[in-house]
Design a protein around this ligand. Structure first.
Ligand SMILES: Cc1cc2nc3c(=O)[nH]c(=O)nc-3n(C[C@H](O)[C@H](O)[C@H](O)COP(=O)(O)O)c2cc1C
Length: 425
């Protein structure tokens, strides 16, 4: 149990004690202190004033934010830093949230909304919801079952799930736990032969699509992660060969230690070939020629790149800035979404991720032309707080809120949600 959690439990005990009243102390003051205590000091990424509940079970949560302090108290501070971090001063995390405030809803009345269809079909597979479980690396850093618990939640709630290259669960085990197809997110290796082997393995395992993440190719400066890791007094080298994280280290596959990354073990260590350089659109052509899986690109935020993606035969895009963990652009993904849609001209489907915390956020993205939306941190808060049950609760809350937003807007299917249902705020 972390010091934060101990302090919180002590304060909770005090707040409930009759001695407090007997001593003439103000119980409400202590309650306020307690809620401030439960609220993370750094890395908290909701911009609005929000009263965090002190929840003891997944079912008590009123919204996805309620899981955050519980997850934080449950995990080592360095792991919290990895989860919470953005880049530089974390401004793009804030920007992702604030982007939703630039859009307001235009509810429509007197439409029969008793029957809703929130389903979406991806490459022939129908999902009951457009909310996608995005790739998040190293999930056993947040809960002992990591991606297995998430895959089981994805199965229970029937969500599309994308597994990270740097997952702590293999693609084979994830597909088994999901009881159905899981997409694979690819971080390339500097040696093409090894990248090709990885791609072939994913194909054989039954992944129908590969998601190539392109927003970390320039590196990323994750200061919050390093600051939090410095507070961690445990010996990191027991698990991480490289010890504590370093400036400029993004947690990508060039990490020297792959022991806990089952999607990376088994490939021969090779010397990086610097003259090959970092991937360009030629790499996308190569991926397309190599695999029969659908190829999506994750990290596109401009119409220029969206047009190029279509030209190179990409099957779908993620409008993403890695949850504010790639470049510190200070530009919300919801702001970038319309120009990406313009670039694709509707020729390929688009998933938007970054800062989605409310059903109305999902609604706004659908109104701006997204096919689906992705979540990262919220389901990890659920995982860290209550394991599989927490993940399911997060998915359930977002779905419920989205359905309410649809009903309030008089929309009964995803296709019915149009640009006319929102307006600049
Ligand atoms: C701790 C953490 C690890 C992540 N790991 C990966 C990864 O391995 N591959 C990837 O493409 N994106 C990764 N992402 C980015 C997410 O897929 C997603 O783009 C982002 O979390 C969405 O923003 P949100 O966290 O505000 O929902 C990670 C995000 C977080 C928070």
């Amino acid at each position: 149990m972390s010091i934060d959690a101990d302090r919180r439990h002590f304060l909770t005990f005090l707040a409930g004690s009759p001695l407090l009243a007997a001593a003439g102390l103000d119980r409400s003051l202590l309650s306020r202190l307690l809620s401030a205590e439960a609220r993370p000091q750094r890395g908290r990424d909701d911009h609005a004033l929000h009263v965090v509940q002190d929840i003891r079970s997944a079912g008590e949560a009123l919204d996805v934010f309620d899981f955050e302090p519980v997850a934080r108290a449950n995990m080592p501070v360095a792991h919290w830093g990895y989860l919470a971090t953005g880049t530089d001063d974390d401004a793009t995390i804030q920007a992702n949230r604030q982007g939703f405030d630039r859009w307001a809803m235009r509810p429509r009345r007197l439409i029969d909304v008793s029957r809703l269809d929130t389903s979406v079909t991806w490459f022939g597979t129908r999902y009951p919801t457009p909310i996608v479980i995005n790739p998040v690396g190293s999930q056993k850093a947040f809960h002992p079952l990591g991606e297995l618990a998430v895959a089981r939640a994805a199965k229970a709630k029937d969500h599309l799930m994308v597994l990270s290259t740097v997952a702590t669960t293999s693609i084979e085990d994830a597909i088994d736990a999901r009881g159905g197809p899981v997409w694979f997110q690819l971080y390339h290796q500097s040696d093409w032969a090894i990248t090709r082997q990885m791609v072939k393995r994913m194909e054989k395992a039954g992944a129908p699509a590969i998601v190539f993440t392109v927003d970390l190719l320039g590196g990323s400066n994750r200061e919050t992660m390093i600051r939090e890791a410095r507070k961690d007094t445990r010996t990191c080298t027991k698990c991480h060969l490289g010890g504590a994280p370093l400036p400029g280290v993004s947690g990508r596959v060039d990490d020297r230690d792959n022991r806990r990354k089952p999607n990376l073990v088994g490939y021969p260590k090779v010397t990086p070939i610097p003259e090959v350089g970092t991937p360009t659109w030629e790499f996308i052509d190569r991926l397309k020629q190599t695999t029969s899986m659908k190829v999506l690109v994750k990290g596109i935020v401009t119409s220029d790149d969206a047009e190029l993606a279509v030209q190179h035969g990409v099957d779908g895009l993620f409008v993403s800035n890695h949850g504010g963990r790639a470049e510190n652009s200070r530009r919300a993904t919801i702001t970038a979404l319309p120009e990406v849609i313009r670039g694709t001209q509707g020729r390929i489907p688009v998933i938007c991720d970054g800062g989605f915390r409310r059903g109305t956020d999902v609604f706004k993205a659908m109104a701006l032309g997204a096919t689906s939306i992705g979540i990262g941190r919220p389901y990890i808060w659920g995982l860290g707080a209550f394991g599989q049950e927490g993940v399911e609760a997060v998915l359930g809350l977002l779905r419920k809120e989205f359905e309410v937003a649809m009903k309030q807007s008089g929309t009964t299917s995803l296709a019915a949600i149009t640009a006319k249902h929102i307006t600049p705020a």
